[in-house]
Design a protein around this ligand. Structure first.
Ligand code: TEU
Ligand code: CA
Length: 541
């Protein structure tokens, strides 16, 4: 029997292929390396992996700049390696989701090479081309996330092309039906190869306003701390026209229809928007005919979530889309690892990491865990000379870029390069990560890694975590309480999100404390006493 609904409440483990395991001694992780390490993912108890892009690429944005959508970059292996990866994952009960970057290609993609060749070639309209203003400046005020104007001048066509990210990542023109067909063919290619689904990069960037209208400035009252990096004016514009266009809904439906030709496929869309992210994520996951899940950037923000904030984010998402489905993550390959981002001043970072893991895995929605998160890895400090991320090089030192969360996975504290591979890794292994290597944590019940494993088992034993409704029962001070319910199961969950002991009220209903989650809270009278950074779970009876 096929479980079409597997994605609902699934735990998806994200692998950044360059940094997981090097199998051939060139200092760069690869597909064979991933295959060799799948038993680690299986032993944690994840349902699926999401592999960041491994397609042919000049690697200007480390694979998010694709020059051939239907082949594996030589640095990562070949298609046969990918087939073996899928087969091994399936043997271990792990589904495989791949990361399609469809809003833009590399400037080395043959489509772009052709498109930029003249104004009349067959692919002349496959990208977003526009004339300059009479004074030679770009067609409008749109900005690139990676800095500067979103328009780059092409000396052959004597026109500008749109790039929301690097100049070497030109945006495809999805208003052109041929482009849509080409992208759906890519989707079909990988589905026929046996993938179980997709992580879709920047899905809200697929369409731009055809009239190329200027974005307005963002009203001051709509700015918040998390959208205001002083280094980049991008977040001071309201992104009405460069993304989030209504035409996207019809394309997402077409993309979904192809997925639905196969038995049990699911997609998680990345909504790159810190202004209307939840709203858009809700829209794209409503109706059962577009994305299965989406994530926005709320919990990837610089500020640690308070109990009030957690409740607010989930309520806002529910308000935007009662039928929608979110996929939450605290870390990924684009942001500072959350133990450092939120827990910099925290004395007991292991306890903090365990509490956050349990919170994340208790929220209504699916969950992404980023490689190394299960080890409570901190953000690696890199010297400017070691930086590889163009975004970091551009904004250093105000913003240090994304390399600090992309350093190699640490497998074995006693092995050279932490067991990542014998050759000098493309980014240095962080010395302070070695004490958190898999070999150190494995079998140590008190470790963060064993906590993830234990909590994932606990989560599986109680289906209300994966599929249930959520009802908030309190966000007082440092304590967050909610009830997850599914069928007859009602789970009371309470979290002490502080480094000091706290007491929380028990619900009015009688409770039966649950075991197996690794925390040691104790009931006394009508209260539950929660040690620093701890949680308590009970069945309502
Ligand atoms: O990220 C989209 C996105 O908006 C991010 O750029 C984010 O704002 C940025 O990384 C700052 O933290 C996706 C991918 O996850 C990212 O790795 C790519 O660089 C980007 O798309 C372009 O493809
Ligand atoms: Ca390699």
């Amino acid at each position: 029997e096929v479980d079409k609904d597997w994605w609902r409440g699934a735990v998806i483990y994200q692998i950044y292929p360059r940094s997981y395991q090097d199998s051939n001694g060139d200092g760069i992780g690869d597909l064979k390396g991933i295959t060799a390490r799948l038993p680690h993912v299986a032993s944690l108890g994840a349902d699926a992996i999401w592999i960041s892009p491994f397609f042919t690429s000049p690697m200007k944005d480390f694979g998010y700049d694709v020059s051939n959508y239907t082949d594996v970059d030589g640095i990562f292996g070949n298609l046969a390696d990918f087939d073996k990866l899928i087969a091994e994952a399936h043997r271990l009960g792990i589904r495989v989701m791949i990361d399609l970057v469809l809003s833009h290609t590399s400037d080395q993609h043959p489509w772009f090479v052709e498109s930029r060749g003249s104004r009349t070639n067959a692919k002349a309209d496959w990208y977003v081309w526009a004339d300059s203003k009479p004074d030679g400046t770009p067609p409008n005020n749109w900005l690139s996330i990676f800095g500067g104007s979103a328009w780059a001048w092409d000396p052959t066509r004597l026109q500008y092309y749109l790039h929301n990210f690097l100049t070497s990542q030109p945006d495809l023109n999805l208003h052109n039906p041929d482009v849509q067909e080409a992208l759906l063919a890519v989707e079909r290619f990988w589905l026929e190869r046996g993938v179980d689904g997709f992580r879709l990069d920047t899905i809200n960037f697929y369409f731009h306003d055809k009239q190329l209208r200027d974005n307005p400035a963002l009203a001051p009252e709509r700015r918040n701390a998390s959208t205001a990096p002083t280094v980049n004016p991008y977040n001071y514009q309201e992104h009405l026209y460069d993304k989030n266009q209504p035409e996207n809904l019809a394309f997402l439906k077409r993309f979904r229809a192809v997925m639905d030709e196969f038995p049990a496929i699911a997609a998680v869309g990345e909504v790159g928007d810190s202004q209307r992210g939840l709203e858009i994520a809700g829209e794209y996951t409503s109706g059962g005919d577009k994305m299965h899940m989406c994530y926005a950037f709320e919990f990837l923000a610089p500020e640690a979530p308070t109990p009030e904030r957690v409740a607010e984010v989930l309520r806002d998402f529910h308000k935007a889309a009662p039928e929608g489905w979110a996929c939450w993550a605290f870390s990924n390959h684009d942001v500072v690892r959350h133990v450092s981002r939120w827990g910099d001043g925290v004395a007991d970072q292991d306890a903090y990491a365990k509490l956050l893991a349990s919170l994340l895995l208790s929220l209504r929605g699916s969950v992404c865990i980023y490689q190394g998160e299960e080890l409570a890895l901190t953000e690696a400090e890199l010297a400017y000379e070691d930086l590889k991320d163009p975004y970091g090089i551009q904004f250093w030192p105000d913003f240090k870029g994304r390399d600090g969360c992309r350093t190699p996975m640490v497998w074995d504290s006693a092995a050279v390069n932490g067991g990542f591979g014998d050759a000098k890794p493309w980014l240095p292994v962080a010395a302070e990560h070695l004490k958190r290597a898999v070999s150190v944590q494995k079998g140590n019940e008190a470790s963060v890694m064993e906590h993830y494993r234990r909590f994932l088992q606990f989560r599986k034993a109680h289906p209300a975590f994966a599929k249930g409704e959520i009802e908030f029962r309190g966000t007082d001070g440092p304590v967050l309480a909610f009830v997850r319910s599914h069928g007859n199961e009602k789970l009371f969950c309470v979290f002490n999100m502080s480094g000091a002991a706290a007491a929380a009220d028990l619900p009015k209903e009688p409770v039966e404390a649950l075991e197996g989650h690794g925390f040691a809270a104790a009931i006394k009278d009508n209260k539950v006493n929660l040690p620093a950074w701890s949680a308590f779970f009970a069945r309502l009876v």
